[in-house]
Every structure is written in C-alpha cells, then in structure tokens.
Design a protein around this ligand. Structure first.
Ligand code: UP5
Ligand code: MG
Length: 201
C-alpha cells in the first residue's frame, strides 16, 4: 500500500496504562482501525503452523521485546489486509491506531522507514503502582501468561529501560500527546480527545 493513503498514530504507555481500553473509545469516535501489536503476537503464538509460537510465548512471559522481523510483518500484513477488505471512502485516508508498538528505538526507525511514518504519538503516563494493581486484578480472569507478579516486574523493567527512550525521542520531535492516565477511564479519555483534537486529528 502507499503511505499517502494512510495515517498512523502510535499508542504507547506502560503495561496496564489503559491502551487497549482507550483504543475502543478512539475506534468508536474517530474511525481508527485498531491494531494491537501484543494482540497480533498472541494470535500468531497460537496460530497452528506458526514457526514463531514458542519464541513469542517465551518473550511475552519474560516481558522481552519480540524481534522486529516478526512484529513488523504482522503489523504491515494487518494494515494491508484492512485496506484490502475495508478500504476508506474515496478521497480519505485510512487511520491506523497502532497500540503497544514501537517499544524499542530501532523498531521505531525500521517501521517508519519501511512501512509508514507516524503522524502522532499518544502516550499514557501512569504510575507503576497503579498499573501493577490493574494488571494483578486483570490477571484473576485474563488468562494472559504475563499477568502475574513476576512477569509484570519484568515488563516494567523493559518499559523503563527500552521503551521510554522511544517516547522521549518522539517527544524531542514534538510528536507526542502526553496524557496522565491514573484517573477514571472517562477522565483519561476526555484528555485524550482534547489532546488529539488540539493537534488537528
Ligand atoms: N483499566 C484501564 N484503564 C483504567 C482506568 N483509567 N481506571 C481503572 N482501570 C483501568 O488496561 C489494563 C487493565 O486496567 C484492564 O483491566 C482495564 O480494565 C483497567 P488495558 O486497557 O488492557 O491496558 P494496556 O495498556 O492495553 O495493558 P497491556 O497489559 O495490554 O499492556 P502491555 O503493553 O504490557 O501489553 P501488550 O499486549 O502491548 O504487550 C505484551 C507483550 O507483548 C510485551 O510485554 C512484549 O513481550 C510483547 N510485545 C513485543 O514484543 N513487541 C511489541 O511491539 C508489542 C508487544
Ligand atoms: Mg493492551
């Protein structure tokens, strides 16, 4: 597909900051196509015949970042599929909300050079203790391999060491809408809306 036909917004934030929750709101009100890198990886992990199943399972449980060859292929295929099956109305661009990617600097560079540059980065800023409580609670029913205390600790470490530098880099380029994410779902969404509309999205 041609990058002139699409708008990409990266949606970043720590584990449990509310990316998935707020993505549903954004899809409803702004017509985004939501692509969660984590969801795509989990689907690939259980897809029969996938050569990456064991690798993905191990990386996710350890809170490590899956090699970009895998993730970028899943994302760009999902974008191409979406454009083929439900193309945007003539004269408009498809809007992709890419949730949970990129979480490593070289992956950001690689995606923007080989797939599509981002228009904007939406960042949810949430204290660790709040995120931890949310994830432990969700872990009672989510069935996610990484919603346990040990994996959560590793995810936080990777987030601070590896993923925050991506956000800081985009911030230097003035591409980040920065939203505090420890209040109610409704309050956070209100700030997200104000932030992206101020950017003309
Ligand atoms: N909740 C949400 N908002 C709330 C609010 N305002 N007040 C009270 N409760 C709130 O929310 C988490 C929980 O909190 C839910 O129960 C929700 O109801 C509640 P959610 O919206 O799910 O938060 P989210 O930020 O999406 O949390 P998630 O756990 O999905 O974040 P992660 O970034 O950890 O998970 P992801 O699926 O993106 O990645 C998982 C793993 O995949 C990574 O650790 C990594 O190993 C791998 N990965 C890669 O390797 N590469 C990638 O590019 C992407 C992922
Ligand atoms: Mg999520």
């Amino acid at each position: 597909f041609s990058t002139t036909d699409v708008t990409v917004v990266f949606f970043l934030g720590g584990p449990g900051s509310g990316k998935g929750t707020q993505s549903s709101n954004l899809v409803k009100d702004y017509g985004f196509v939501h692509l969660s890198a984590g969801d795509l990886l989990r689907a690939e992990q259980v897809r029969s015949g996938s050569q990456y199943g064991d690798l993905i399972r191990e990386y996710i449980r350890e809170g490590k970042i899956v090699p970009m060859e895998v993730t970028v292929a899943l994302l760009s295929n999902a974008m191409a599929d979406s454009l083929a099956t439900s193309p945007p109305p003539a004269g408009t661009k498809a809007r992709f909300l890419i949730d949970g990617f990129p979480r490593k600097l070289d992956q950001a560079v690689f995606f923007e050079e080989t797939v599509c540059p981002s228009e904007l980065v939406l960042f949810l800023d949430c204290p660790e203790d709040v995120m931890e409580a949310r994830l432990l609670k969700r872990g009672e029913t989510s069935g996610r391999d990484d919603d346990n205390a040990a994996s959560i600790r590793k995810r936080f470490h990777t987030f601070v060491e590896t993923s925050m530098p991506v956000v800081d880099d985009f911030k230097k380029k003035d591409k980040v809408v920065w939203v505090k994410a420890d209040s109610s779902v409704e309050q956070v969404y209100g700030e997200i809306k104000a932030g992206i509309e101020a950017r003309g999205l």
